[in-house]
Write a protein that binds this ligand. Structure first.
Ligand SMILES: *Cc1c(COP(=O)(O)O)cnc(C)c1O
Length: 957
């Protein structure tokens, strides 16, 4: 469109600084123009020669018109496909106040516990609900999907196996194909053999370390596994069950029949199917395995005043500490969806959940009777929600009649599978009966549905009927009216600092704006209510969206093609490394197993490399924070015969555009390796350079960082990978939905396009920014970072910078010198809370430092407020340095200060209450109060309580 008419640009809303502020900031840096800064910060040899070729930016309004047209191409049929995905009724109070609420979705992962008690409580509720329903002692919060959760269980049980020579995982044939597919992918690098065989005692051979049951089984049948489990334990074989959370309201939980681990998807607890995700998977196990559990665990501890407080427990298991020996590479992991599921349990309570489960089961029994009445053979004797009807030659006719009625069933070898869900009504049963009646040439009036309702018998064998209580805690029994529920949600939200309050300057995590328009389509039924295995002609809207996003991200990364399967950055790393592995194998170089990783790399890198069966060799960094090229060359040449790959983050995790990156890529290629680029820092590249241009072969994008998917308090995420042309044939395939060629690796996620529904967010961002807008955002991110650097470098030493003294999009503030007067970097992090800010990244990639990343979305006013806070804190430290204030009794050591502490009758601190709570004047207009004082980090791990404390303790608190 011509420029005659004024048109508001979305990028002017997305970017923080106004035009005149940009000039002021440039002036502060002694520069004339933004391009001058970019020329100083980004080495010329890696600069793209032409602008991004992306469609013209759309206004917010025209974007909504366009995305509505795309949504209209998706057809929402009633889904009875099952296979791990079910239609749900999202309680509106949860949809609006959690899923659609930036107070919840813009939160960061709860590392700063004192300003995260709300989501920590919601996640603890999730763990409690899972532990209760599965009948096990402890649960995590949470994992990426059911299939990867099963793979994590396999790996945990393999690592903990008693018989170290056993390497076979015995898997039931009655398992969802996508789960088996992912298990197979994950087993290969460890030399674990997946043996698919009936779960019979005689199949429990010496070479088996663990076995996998699905309950109810993939075909819907229910069996009693008590005997089998006992027999397995007798032979030192551990038992994992994949369970359907909803069914466990009626069925004996696997924990009660002896399972050691229970995993599954919590999607049925009020989270839309979303064409595959996002949803939270769960993982429950016995206390004995607590140190081996993958993913995050929330634990109960106390704060400085002895009050109840929560925190993330047992972090020493995680990749940022254990690197390649971590219990898994899980970082981002569906927190927001776990929170939704937990609220669903709170909202319905034990009786409500039971009513829902019973209704599903009753309607299934009714349908069973009706179909038998029509003369059909229904195969499943014992079932919860799934019937299998033998229709033989009638499949074709039945399928087309079902489609005429907008019904999707599951078709498999002359069998029709029908899985009912929470949304199924009596009228839906009538419709299904009518379809089946027509095939038999009968009228649906031949069946007296009302009459049959009177004759229902149990479909669950008596030994599998649950008798134990669950969700007995008051939290699940107190908030069942909407007013109570709303206030409970809001009371937790109020404890948490999110982007609604202030900038969250987390280095490497890119906590930028998640614009409202980007979020709107997510909760439309045309995106939310599609089953991932729905027939392709019902999903053309999604296909268009995915194809366009593929083209755009390929252009942005300089690669040939993307795979949207990985559900997080870490999963992208794993997928990328497996693609590289397949490439080497295709050239008969499958022996290549050495992965070079710089010392400064993010913990997921070595953890993913180890999951991909690679041997990690660490490459040094020089004093400037750059990869030591001499060391890299030496190690690449030393391992040339076995060099698999290099994993490298760019700009480096030190926030610098390394000049030598092109040379680094060449060294790796010369020695037969492939270059894996960790794209977490893509926010500094978009439009200026690209992984493909630089010479990398694969890279993942964290769409939940660079491309505006909100962080959700620790997920959802999407970690698609882009690859150069030679790697395209090896991109992940999927057992159910074919998406790659014959050479494609097997699946890395349960769903073919990962958490497809949140792709709408990144799609919106790119569509509304356009190539120029995206490039301007990158420049602005670099400007914002360099402005902070300039404002702070006289107060805190800034570690590392590029050749011209400029940083990329983030910088590291060195706080190590303050240790000599007893001030730790964590004291600064906690004190920032009193100033209303979330701390930057603490101690990554350098211990004792803060890594600050402002992003382009913050205005100059906000950057200044943040700098003012850090400068004020610096003078508080100075008072300790000069001896004016005691090293232990000071405002930093006692931070953060709660309203309760500050307003207490007693006050015996050597600083004033005013200093504690209102150190700068802006706080008088806008104060965020931490809900607890400093939490005790060690106590929580010593006495790990990871479900809601007992009712007695709860009543006392
Ligand atoms: C965030 C991050 C990752 C991991 O991504 P997840 O989506 O959390 O799995 C990997 N590398 C770097 C440098 C990161 O910042």
């Amino acid at each position: 469109m011509s420029n005659v008419f004024y048109q508001e640009k979305f990028q002017d809303r997305h970017n923080g600084p106004r035009v005149e502020e940009i000039q002021e900031m440039l002036g502060y840096l002694g520069l004339q123009s933004l391009d001058q800064l970019i020329d100083q910060a980004v080495p010329s040899q890696i600069r793209l020669k032409k602008a991004l070729a992306l469609p013209t930016a759309l206004s917010e309004k025209s974007f909504l018109v366009k995305i509505q047209q795309i949504a209209d191409k998706n057809k929402v049929f009633k889904s009875y496909i099952g296979q791990g995905y079910y239609d749900v009724t999202v309680p509106a109070v949860i949809q609006r106040n959690v899923l659609e609420n930036p107070g919840w979705y813009t939160q960061y992962t709860p590392y700063q516990a004192e300003i995260a008690q709300g989501r920590l409580q919601a996640l603890l509720n999730f763990q409690t609900a899972v532990a209760d329903l599965t009948g096990l002692e402890i649960a995590n919060a949470s994992l990426l999907d059911e299939a990867t959760a099963a793979a994590e269980a396999m790996f945990m049980l393999y690592s903990a196996r008693k018989n170290k020579t056993a390497n076979v995982f015995l898997v039931t044939p009655n398992i969802y194909p996508q789960t088996l597919d992912v298990l197979q992918t994950r087993a290969v690098p460890f030399g674990v053999e997946i043996r698919v065989a009936d779960l019979e005692e005689e199949n429990l051979t010496e070479d088996i370390f663990a076995t996998l049951i699905q309950y109810p089984a993939a075909d819907g049948t229910i069996k009693d596994y008590t005997g089998f489990t006992a027999a397995a334990h007798e032979k030192n074989v551990t038992v994992c069950a994949i369970a359907d959370l909803m069914s466990l309201a009626l069925l004996t939980p696997p924990g009660e029949w002896g399972a050691d681990v229970v995993v599954g998807n919590s999607q049925r607890f009020g989270v839309p199917m979303g064409f595959g995700g996002p949803h939270a998977a769960f993982f429950a196990t016995k206390e004995a395995y607590k140190r081996n559990i993958p993913g995050r665990i929330i634990g109960v501890t106390s704060d400085a005043s002895g009050n109840y407080a929560l925190r993330m427990a047992l972090q020493t298991r995680e990749q940022h500490i254990r690197r390649d020996k971590a219990s898994s590479n899980i970082c981002t992991a569906q927190a927001l969806l776990a929170i939704m599921a937990s609220f669903y349990a709170v909202y319905h309570g034990p009786q409500g959940i039971k009513n829902i489960a019973k209704r599903i089961n009753d309607l299934t029994k009714l349908l069973d009777k009706a179909l038998q009445e029509l003369g059909y053979e229904q195969i499943n004797e014992a079932y919860f929600d799934t019937l299998r009807i033998a229709v033989g030659d009638h499949v074709g006719a039945l399928k087309s009649e079902a489609l005429n009625n907008e019904l999707n069933f599951f078709y498999h070898e002359g069998m029709v599978g029908i899985s009912l869900d929470e949304t199924t009504t009596f009228e839906d049963i009538e419709t299904i009966v009518r379809v089946f009646a027509k095939i038999k040439g009968k009228s649906w009036n031949d069946v007296d549905l009302r009459g049959l309702t009177e004759q229902l018998e149990s479909s669950i064998p008596s030994e599998a009927v649950r008798t134990s209580p669950y969700l007995t805690h008051p939290i699940f029994n107190s908030y069942h009216s909407e007013s109570e529920m709303l206030r409970y949600i809001k009371s937790l939200e109020a404890k948490d600092l999110s982007l609604c309050h202030s900038m969250i300057p987390l280095g490497s995590c890119t906590m930028k704006l998640n614009a409202t328009t980007e979020m709107l389509p997510l909760t439309w039924a045309r995106f939310g209510d599609l089953h991932p295995f729905a027939p392709v002609d019902q999903t053309s809207g999604y296909m268009q969206l995915i194809n366009e996003l593929n083209d755009w991200l390929s252009e942005i990364t300089g690669f040939a093609k993307m795979s949207f399967q990985p559900n997080s950055g870490a999963q992208g790393e794993y997928a990328g490394l497996m693609v590289i592995r397949a490439y080497h194998e295709s050239r008969s170089e499958g022996h290549r197993n050495v992965c070079l990783i710089p010392a400064s790399a993010h913990g997921t890198n070595p953890a993913s490399a180890s999951m991909a069966g690679l041997k990690v060799v660490v490459v040094k960094c020089d004093v400037y924070g750059n990869i030591d090229v001499v060391d890299l060359r030496t190690k690449a040449e030393e391992h040339a015969a076995n060099l698999n790959s290099l994993m490298v983050t760019y700009p480096s995790t030190h926030g610098v555009f390394e000049e030598s990156i092109i040379e680094i890529c060449e060294i790796i290629h010369q020695n037969g390796g492939q270059v894996y680029m960790d794209g977490a820092n893509m926010n500094a590249q978009v439009g200026l350079t690209s992984p493909g241009f630089i010479g990398a072969d694969v890279c993942h994008l964290n769409l939940h960082k660079t491309f505006c998917i909100p962080h959700g308090g620790g997920g959802p995420g999407m970690g698609p990978i882009g690859v150069a042309a030679h790697l395209v044939p090896f991109l992940p395939n999927h057992e159910v939905v074919e998406i790659s060629g014959e050479e494609g690796i097997s699946a890395v996620s349960a769903a073919p396009f990962g958490s497809a529904s949140i792709l709408t967010i990144s799609y919106a961002y790119i569509a509304m920014m356009g190539g120029e807008g995206l490039t301007d955002a990158t420049k602005t991110a670099i400007l914002n970072a360099n402005y902070i650097k300039a404002r702070l470098e006289n107060h805190y030493p800034v570690l590392y910078a590029g050749a011209n003294g400029r940083c990329a999009h983030e910088m590291i503030l060195d706080c190590r010198a303050f240790k000599s007067v007893g001030i730790e970097v964590s004291d600064i992090a906690k004190r920032l809370m009193d100033y209303g800010f979330h701390a930057p990244t603490v101690s990554f990639p350098v211990a004792g430092t803060l890594m600050v990343e402002p992003t382009e979305s913050e205005s100059k006013a906000e950057l200044d407020r943040f700098c003012d806070a850090l400068i004020a804190i610096r003078s508080e430290i100075a008072a300790v340095e000069t001896g004016e204030i005691d090293q232990k009794e000071n405002v930093l050591k006692h931070a953060p200060h709660t309203a309760e502490i500050v307003s207490a009758d007693e006050w015996n601190r050597p600083y004033s209450r005013q200093t504690a709570a209102y150190p700068l004047s802006y706080l008088k207009v806008n104060k965020f109060w931490p809900s607890v004082g400093r939490v005790n980090d060690s106590q929580g791990d010593r006495t790990l309580i990871c479900s809601c404390p007992s009712i007695e303790e709860y009543m006392e608190a």
